[in-house]
Structure formats: structure tokens, C-alpha cells
Design a binder for this molecule. Structure first.
Ligand SMILES: *Cc1c(COP(=O)(O)O)cnc(C)c1O
Length: 418
């Protein structure tokens, strides 16, 4: 069995895999938290590094036979430090949520107060949502976006911080289309004696390339995923000041994890190497240019965007003037080959299942080498689907075909078996 391929061992799963390859090849990935990992990243993820227990850290493992794992983890660490100029980094943490869990575990005690962006305004589940560990084990308080501009209101954050006296302030979001001023967050944290954690799960690639202001100098801890704009393996990392190094590492292992996924750590090393390249900088710049082009196209089609546009890789469409819910719009778009997600907009009167918005992003489109002209076309398709797709099934079919044609011009994973 050791030598068999998926097709030989498991034809049933292989069919699903082939269908998914076809789906990825022929539809547009507009979900801003998704991307296409490179072949090198995927090869590392599927490598023999999966076969080893390596609990502990380089030079201090609990299992024998780890010399190559020390080398690969140190390589990942050195590259991450080079890309992000951080004093310390943990590359073992499995996911973005666990990165936050480990960081809270390292810095906080049960019941401590945290202050973060309201999840309904763009924050993440792990920033204090009631049904998440962060809302159960800690005492979360929230700031909201300015009701007129939908920008972060730093005066309000400061007021809240003064009232709440949090032990930790979380800066970062999953659906915020504008620059976050981490220096201002640092000033607020200092004013109330709080720790500052930046969660850059979404914008990490932009930060790596200098296309978004850098949180690292201002924060005690910076958590991130590696599979979103960074385009690495599904995983995460925690950067910190040297003084928190030991607590963070212990927070990850033995705090919330045991054996690290060393094949994923290897893939992180590959992704950091890719992030060191000039091409990666260019890629991140183009993500932003593409997103701004998509924003312009949608504005021209009469859509309303939260904050009126974007500074980063995503935008949030307010569908109130279109007489359609986020759920309906996202389902129609999917039928036309445009895969995005429904999203709450700030102060949404609808539930998270229905929503009044959709969230669109350009990291994956840009990985396919698409540029401004394609964004213009995608904006027109989105408009057609939202405006007439409900009444006209044939329009969805026609656009589905046109999307597949565009995808064929910007192919992905040609080397993989169909
Ligand atoms: C995606 C995201 C995470 C969590 O990532 P997972 O890997 O899905 O657990 C954490 N924080 C923010 C802000 C995110 O957008």
C-alpha cells in the first residue's frame, strides 16, 4: 500500500479530487481569504516530513531522529525573521485560530478583559465571539466602526480602552478594506497599560511586501495565517518581541498543541522563500491595484462599497440598494462561476446566515496573473448576475461559460492530472 497513488488506493476520493481540480480551474476564486498554493508549497505539504514526531523546538526535542527537522524549522524561522523583521517567530502553530489561542494563553489569565473590533463589524471569531473559546474564557469588549465612514474611530477605541482597562487590545480584522494604523493602537495600548496583539491573518502578504504599514515594530505579538495573502500552506505563525519568546513558544507547545505538522512547517519555509523574492512584492502590489480596479468597476455599475473603496486586497459590497441579500447574491454568483462569500456589513439588520453584503478579494485572481482589464470584466459580470440573474437563468449559464473561457486564458495547475 505504501507505493500506491490516491487513484489506486481510493478511486472514490480521487473522483472528488478531480472534480475539485476542475472546479478550481474553471471558476474564479473571489474569496479574499483564499489563494492557490504553489506546486513547491504543495509538494512540501505532501512530503515525507509528515512521518515524524518532533515535539519540542530545534535543539530541544522530545523525540530522537530530529536532526533534519531542526534544520528545516530553523530555516523557516530564519526566513520568516528576514521577511518580517521580527525578533521571534513560532512557525509550529497549526491555524490562525490556534495562533490566537496560544497567544492569549501566553499573555492572559482566565477571565481577563480583551478589547477588539466587534465581530459584526469585521473582527474574527477568535476576537471574543460568544460561542468561541475567546468569548468563553476571557471577558471580551468591543469597539465598532464609525457609523458614517465605517472607518476605525481611534478616539472611540481610546475611550473604550479607558473604560474597559483591557489587559490585551487586538488590532486586526477579516473584513476591513482600509489601512489599519498600528502606531495609533500602540499609543492607545500604552495609555491604558495593555498588551497589543495584531492579527494580520488577512493582510500578511501585503505587510511582507511593504504594501501595508508594518505592525511588527508596535506590537507585543503579531499572529497570522500562512494560507491567505501569504500564499503558503494552510497554517499560521506567531511573531513577537524577544521578551515574549519563551511564553509564546510554551503557549503553542505544550500549551495548546503537541506534535507539530513538520510537513507544513517545511511548506512554510518554502512560502517564506517565495515571499523573499522580488516577484512576490510585485504580486502583492498588483493584488491592491486589482482590488482598486474591481472597486472602480463596481462603483461604475452602481454598487455601494463600505468605505467607498479599498486600500488592500478585499472589498465589502453593501447590497441594500439592490434588493437582494448577501446569501442570494453569493449563490447566484456561484452559479455563474464567480465564487465569493456573503458577509455582514457594519450594523447589518440581517443575520450572519442571510447578510446584506458580499465580500470580494483579488489575491487568487492575481495569482492567476489577471490584471486590471480582467477586473473590469469581472465587475460587469457581478453586476449582470446581481441585477438580472434572479430572473434570467440563461444569463447565469452564459456568464458561466465566459468565466470558464477567461480561466482558460489564465490557467492553473496544468501539471496536475485532470
Ligand atoms: C482567517 C482568520 C483567522 C483564523 O484563521 P484559521 O486558520 O481559519 O483558524 C484569524 N484571524 C483573522 C483576522 C482571520 O481573518
Amino acid at each position: 500500500m505504501l507505493n500506491h497513488t490516491i487513484a489506486q488506493t481510493d478511486p472514490q476520493l480521487n473522483t472528488i479530487l478531480r472534480d475539485e481540480l476542475e472546479r478550481q480551474r474553471t471558476t474564479l476564486m473571489l474569496i479574499p481569504s483564499e489563494n492557490y498554493a504553489s506546486r513547491a508549497v504543495m509538494n512540501a505539504m505532501g512530503s515525507i516530513f509528515t512521518n515524524k514526531y518532533a515535539e519540542g523546538y530545534p535543539g530541544a526535542r522530545y523525540y530522537n531522529g530530529c536532526e533534519n527537522y531542526d534544520l528545516l524549522e530553523n530555516l523557516a524561522i530564519e526566513r520568516a525573521k528576514d521577511v518580517f523583521h521580527c525578533e521571534h517567530v513560532n512557525v509550529q502553530v497549526h491555524t490562525g485560530s490556534q495562533a490566537n489561542m496560544a497567544a492569549y494563553y501566553a499573555l492572559l489569565n482566565y477571565g481577563d478583559r480583551i478589547l477588539a473590533m466587534s465581530v459584526d463589524h469585521g473582527g474574527h471569531l477568535t476576537h471574543g465571539k460568544k460561542r468561541n473559546f475567546s468569548g468563553q474564557w476571557y471577558d471580551p469588549h468591543f469597539y465598532e466602526l464609525d457609523p458614517e465612514t465605517y472607518l476605525i474611530d481611534y478616539d472611540q477605541v481610546l475611550d473604550k480602552a479607558r473604560q474597559v482597562r483591557p489587559k490585551l487590545i487586538v488590532a486586526g480584522a477579516s473584513a476591513y478594506p482600509r489601512i489599519i494604523d498600528f502606531q495609533k493602537f500602540r499609543e492607545i495600548a500604552d495609555e491604558v497599560g495593555a498588551y497589543l496583539l495584531a492579527d494580520i491573518a488577512h493582510i500578511v502578504g501585503l505587510v511582507a511586501a511593504g504594501s501595508h504599514p508594518d505592525p511588527v515594530p508596535y506590537c507585543d505579538v503579531v499572529t497570522s495565517t500562512t494560507h491567505k495573502t501569504l500564499r503558503g500552506p494552510r497554517g499560521a505563525m506567531i511573531m513577537s518581541k524577544q521578551k515574549w519568546a519563551k511564553r509564546i513558544d510554551q503557549g503553542v507547545f505544550p500549551g495548546v498543541q503537541a506534535g507539530p505538522l513538520m510537513q507544513i512547517v517545511a511548506a512554510k519555509a518554502v512560502c517564506f522563500k517565495e515571499a523573499q523574492s522580488f516577484g512576490f512584492r510585485e504580486y502583492q502590489r498588483q493584488i491592491v491595484r486589482n482590488c482598486q480596479a474591481l472597486a472602480r468597476a463596481l462603483l461604475e455599475e452602481g454598487f455601494e462599497l463600505i468605505t467607498g473603496g479599498t486600500d488592500n486586497h478585499l472589498l465589502l459590497v453593501d447590497l441594500h440598494n439592490k434588493d437582494i441579500t448577501g446569501r442570494e447574491a453569493a449563490d447566484l454568483l456561484e452559479a455563474a462561476g464567480l465564487v465569493c462569500n456573503k458577509n455582514l456589513i457594519p450594523n447589518d439588520e440581517r443575520s450572519a446566515v442571510e447578510t446584506s453584503g458580499i465580500r470580494l478579494g483579488t489575491p487568487a485572481l492575481t495569482s492567476r496573473d489577471m490584471r486590471e482589464p480582467e477586473m473590469l470584466q469581472i465587475g460587469k459580470w457581478v453586476s449582470e448576475v446581481v441585477h438580472i440573474g434572479r430572473e434570467d437563468e440563461a444569463v447565469l449559464q452564459r456568464i458561466r461559460g465566459e468565466v470558464a473561457d477567461m480561466c482558460a486564458q489564465f490557467p492553473i495547475y496544468l501539471e496536475l492530472e485532470p
